[in-house]
Write a protein that binds this ligand. Structure first.
Ligand SMILES: [Zn+2]
Length: 199
């Protein structure tokens, strides 16, 4: 129906989350109508983010160098590690201003049905961090979903097995069950952090 370059652009937009065929088409035509400069700026931004942003070698958060800004910040408490599923969860927790420790980003949640096993996540890396010593508490802030809860349990057991004296806590209830952290409002998430309980 369209010339191959247009078809290709629509196909690429369709791969984005929440973008259906019609929206993909609308975006493609929006770019075609717009200036060359705007289209190039978008293409450059996409290229730059893929070239310059990688994962922090300590916590696996997004970083534009070897370590992320949080790991590089010496004022952050290194004895407190908050474990989250995705880099976007770091942003959600930072917005509450209730957490002054460091993070560990797993890169997802355990889901054997979908083929996500412990070795697919940064779990061994977390164990290595806590075993190195100097960590007094691991706050598990995976999503309050089935896969998030299963991941929390797996990690709590694994951490305690390796470092018996360590405190392992989970965000307090009050978070909407079944939803992702990024949809929780700052106040609810902040309260869940302050009221975290041992697991
Ligand atoms: Zn980091």
């Amino acid at each position: 129906m369209y010339a191959p370059p247009i078809q290709r652009l629509i196909a690429e937009f369709s791969k984005l989350p929440g973008v259906g065929g019609r929206t993909a088409q609308r975006l493609a035509f929006h770019l075609l109508r717009g200036s060359d400069e705007d289209a190039r700026a978008l293409a450059d931004a996409i290229r730059e983010v893929k070239e310059r942003i990688g994962l922090c070698e300590v916590c696996y958060n997004l970083a534009d160098g070897p370590t992320c800004r949080i790991c590089a910040d010496e004022r952050r408490d290194p004895e407190l590690i908050c474990v989250v599923e995705e880099p976007s969860d770091v942003i959600s927790i930072e917005r509450t201003h209730e957490f002054r420790g460091r993070y560990h980003v797993l890169g997802g949640a355990l889901s054997p049905i979908d083929g996500v096993d412990p070795e697919d996540l940064k779990i061994a890396e977390l164990y290595e961090r806590v075993q190195t010593g100097g960590v007094r508490e691991v706050v598990i802030a995976t999503n309050p979903t089935t896969t998030g809860e299963a991941t929390a349990l797996h990690i709590a057991t694994g951490v305690r097995e390796r470092v018996p004296g360590i405190a392992v806590t989970r965000l307090a209830s009050g978070l909407p069950v079944g939803a992702d952290l990024e949809y929780a409002d700052e106040l609810t998430l902040g309260r869940a952090l302050v009221g975290r309980r041992a697991v």
